[in-house]
Structure formats: structure tokens, C-alpha cells
Ligand binder design. Sequence first.
Ligand SMILES: Nc1ncnc2c1ncn2[C@@H]1O[C@H](COP(=O)(O)OP(=O)(O)O)[C@@H](O)[C@H]1O
Ligand SMILES: [Mg+2]
Length: 308
Amino acid sequence: MGKDLGKTAVMFGGDSAERPVSLKSGAAVLAALQRAGVDAHPFDPAQRPLADLRAEGFERVFIAMHGRGGEDGTLQGALDLMKIPYTGSGVLASALAMDKWRSKLVCQAAGLPVPEFELLDANGDLAAVEARLGLPLFVKPANEGSSIGVTKVKTAGGLRAAYDEAAKHDKLVIAERFMSGGEYTVGIIGRGTQLSALPVIRIVPAGEFYDYDAKYLRDDTEYRIPSGLSDVAEAAMKKLAHSAFAELGCRGWARIDVMLDADGKQYVLEANTSPGMTDHSLVPMAARAAGISFEQLVVDVLGMARFG
Ligand SMILES: Nc1ncnc2c1ncn2[C@@H]1O[C@H](COP(=O)(O)OP(=O)(O)O)[C@@H](O)[C@H]1O
Ligand SMILES: [Mg+2]
């Protein structure tokens, strides 16, 4: 299936807060590429210099890293300079999608619906923010993932503690209006020159929201495919995901999170340019529902590797 893709480094590990997740994604990607006949090898940039890629004749990189140093444009820039094709988005889209505040500004300017949000200022009037956005509301670091540092604020005055928690992870912290109508995610995958949206997944966490435990540790998070949306709403959500992908300038593949408000209106929550790839992850799950095996998925994503 993937024999002509050349010597491939699967990059995973790294030293971001999401290292443990990346270790799982990378192991799954590596095994699947090898099963598909790709000459794939593990490469942990926290343990060796990137220059080894050239020295060892690697022709492509599958980036299975999440968060800082893997998903944020920095690794992408290094690989651009080394002229080694890599999976997924380039420097700008990676950096932009990683920054929830600035990616919301771009989506908003492009006319895409995003939940109402505010950048928080430690010395600002947090009570006024609570009053404007209403309770409950969500607080999160702008640059993080896996729900790390995310809090659902339910009681008046709770914004301060939530801000402090998020601020441990990033100097930019945002607050967002609560979306009560449900959570969905849409994988966008390039195959050749075609981009297509995978079936929408409805995510139903057993607890308050889709937090770190619900993502990786608990087994009571419910994933629905088909999503339960009407055909019209599912098509609209795929279109919205395509638009977000395009406006942020993504390449190759990405996963766009979408939420509904109480009236069922759709909003772009965020774009993930290096989605989780464990065998429990969402993109592989949606691919499977579309008849695309994990092996086919990783070969398709690797086939879209580019630099520059
Ligand atoms: N505005 C919101 N309304 C309701 N739930 C939210 C909102 N923002 C985030 N969440 C919940 O928090 C989770 C993590 O938020 P998200 O913005 O996707 O950050 P991360 O990059 O950490 O995944 C979401 O999957 C969702 O369950
Ligand atoms: Mg998310």
C-alpha cells in the first residue's frame, strides 16, 4: 500500500504537556505504517537532534505530536528549512490553529460562527466578563490542548480560580460562552488533490465536559456515528469544517471541533492540526465508519506530506 513513500520518520514524544498522548499516537501510527509496508521508524525529537533526519536519509516525516513543539509551527518551520516533507499543515496554519484566541479572530473575520469569547486580563474586571458571557462559561489557555487547563465556571466569582489555572499553561487566557447543544467533531482528510470530510462524530462525555480524563482515561465517553444530526445539519457541519480548514490555511488533514448552542446553531470551537491517532482517537474512528482502515488513513495522510 505505501511502499513507494520512502524512508519515513514517525515523530512522536517531544516535551509538550501532551507527550503521553503523543507516545500513544506515534506508536499506533508507526505500527500501522509498517503494516502497510512503509519503511517507517520512530523518532523522538526530545531525545535526538533533528539533524539526524538528514544524516539518516529520512525522506518524509509523519508528525504524531500534539501541542507545543510539534503542532504549533515550530517543528514545521525546521522541517521546511531542511526541505523534508511532513504531514499536515505548514508553519502559519499550525501556529494559528494552536492559538485559540487568534484562530477565533480569523474565523470571525471570515464570517464563520464562533462562540462569543473574550481575552482575559488578570487585572481586568472579571465580574463584568461573567456578566457579559453568562454562567456557566468556559475558561481555557489559548495555547494548549487535550483540555489541559480548561475549566467550566459554574458559580459567580469562580472566574478568578479558573483564570489562575489556565494561566499556569499560557499567558493568553480566554473565556467563552457556554455551548449547551452538544459537541461534535469533523475529520478532514486529503487524498491526492481531494479534501473530504469524514462522517461527523457526536461526543457525549459522561461528566461535565470532554476533559482530559474523558478523552484518554475513562471508558464511559460515548461516541456516536452516525452523529444523530439530520442529513441537512450534518452536511452543513461538514461545510463549516471545510470553511474553517480553508480560512485557517490548513493542509493535508485536520480535525475541526464544532459545538451547538441551545437552538442547535453550529459554531466552530477549534481546529486541531495534528489530531490524536491512538486507536481510540476520533479521526481513526470516523475513518473506520467511512470504510477507511487505520492503515489506509495513515498512508493517505503520509502521501499528502509537503514542505514549504
Ligand atoms: N464554549 C464551550 N461550551 C461548552 N463546552 C466547551 C466550550 N469550550 C470548551 N468546551 C469543552 O471543553 C473541551 C476542551 O475545549 P477545547 O476548546 O476543544 O480545547 P482543547 O484544545 O483542550 O481540546 C471541549 O471538548 C468541550 O467539551
Ligand atoms: Mg478540543
